[in-house]
Design a protein around this ligand. Sequence first.
Ligand SMILES: Cc1cc2nc3c(=O)[nH]c(=O)nc-3n(C[C@H](O)[C@H](O)[C@H](O)COP(=O)(O)OP(=O)(O)OC[C@H]3O[C@@H](n4cnc5c(N)ncnc54)[C@H](O)[C@@H]3O)c2cc1C
Length: 409
Amino acid sequence: MTKSYDYDVVVVGGGPAGLSAAWGAAKKGLSVVVLERDEAIGQNVRTSGVTWIKEAKSFGIPSEYYNEISNYAFYSPNNYVIKKSDTAQAAVLDVRKTYQFLAYQAASVGADIFLRTSVTDAIKNDKGKLSGVKATSLKEELVFNSKLVIDASGFYSVVGRSLGIVMPWKRFGAGAEYEAYVDKIDSDTWYLMVGSQYSPAGYAWIFPLGKNKVRIGVGVGKPNSQADASKLLIELLEKRPKPLNDLGRIVPVEFHYGLIPNEGLRQSTIDDNLIMVGDSAGQANPLVLEGIRYAIEFGRAAGRIGGESILQGDVSKESLKSYEQTMKKAIGSKIAAAVKVQYRWLNLSDQEWDKEIEIIGELSAEEFLDFIKADFGVTNMLKLAAHHPKLALQQLFQIIKNTNKDEET
Ligand SMILES: Cc1cc2nc3c(=O)[nH]c(=O)nc-3n(C[C@H](O)[C@H](O)[C@H](O)COP(=O)(O)OP(=O)(O)OC[C@H]3O[C@@H](n4cnc5c(N)ncnc54)[C@H](O)[C@@H]3O)c2cc1C
């Protein structure tokens, strides 16, 4: 027999977006459930877990859950730059601990979590409106009825696709990574590596988690390249191009694999009784595969705004508009510009990469970080263009400025 549950809010997916949405809605006093197909929150790590200390602090993530980074190295085939800053700004998260922290936070305000529960379909009421989801758990069929569904299922946008309101992503990044023991690493320096010896369309990375612990990975842009990120990772460890040759022994302890959308925001992230958030909504900066802070920030907003709509007795698309408007205002143009820079990067030859690194070398550490974070406000860009009159650098900024203009009109 099919078991049936009733909640105010059903959240599909127990990643950073879903757990934060559950927290936001449960804090409003609503009944909330998170449905997660894995056996544990954070069990299958699909991310490198780099974020920013400022945001991590604002979310209340304990500092013992991340390693602080203050130096940023960038390698191309024949070039190299390192940006050093006095204070650490980036953080490499212990992903499992961080996501479980978010889960406990949501549970502490009343949210339920169902593990090993895979959502298979959306359910509609007799008016044709979304009214919950179907799921399977341990071969049992379950039904969850709700006033609002939050689709936080990540790359697959399970509910949005089941309703037919969004399509599968056509452009995306695929990343494979080892968490590994290494003999030697500067634990406060991260390394990004670009050029064909690392990835035919994308880049490789070394993100330290501590004294002898790193994440080493490689990302590939699809459909630009058909290369298999997992195979490239194995080759990287065999060939050990610089700076991997400085690490001494590399002993993999855990394998991670994930996909990230690379098309910018979904045109619409809301519908009657539905909010999409996190990767499901395209809320990631694809320039450096970065979406955790947006997933948490807009997950919380989705829970809060969706919760308020329920309390006011209207969960129509119209009533959820403020979620989409606030989110698009905050990150719409940044993500659109990051997508454009990313498209340019995916097509650079090794020689062009050597030049690009030279251009990046002109930036101060602060400017470099603004760039990597896709903090491309118009004022920031104008300041940068004035400081860096080199034509090539200006061309790069032009892409961003034009995107900002497009987004504003
Ligand atoms: C290789 C790689 C490296 C990355 N590195 C970084 C980084 O360093 N820093 C950064 O900020 N971002 C990084 N990202 C991006 C970041 O991981 C995502 O932006 C972020 O995880 C989005 O969070 P989310 O909650 O929307 O989705 P997810 O983290 O993908 O969570 C979705 C959850 O939904 C569950 N789910 C899916 N389908 C169903 C279903 N049918 N039923 C029930 N549950 C379901 C999944 O099991 C998962 O737990 C990286 C991405 C990739 C691919």
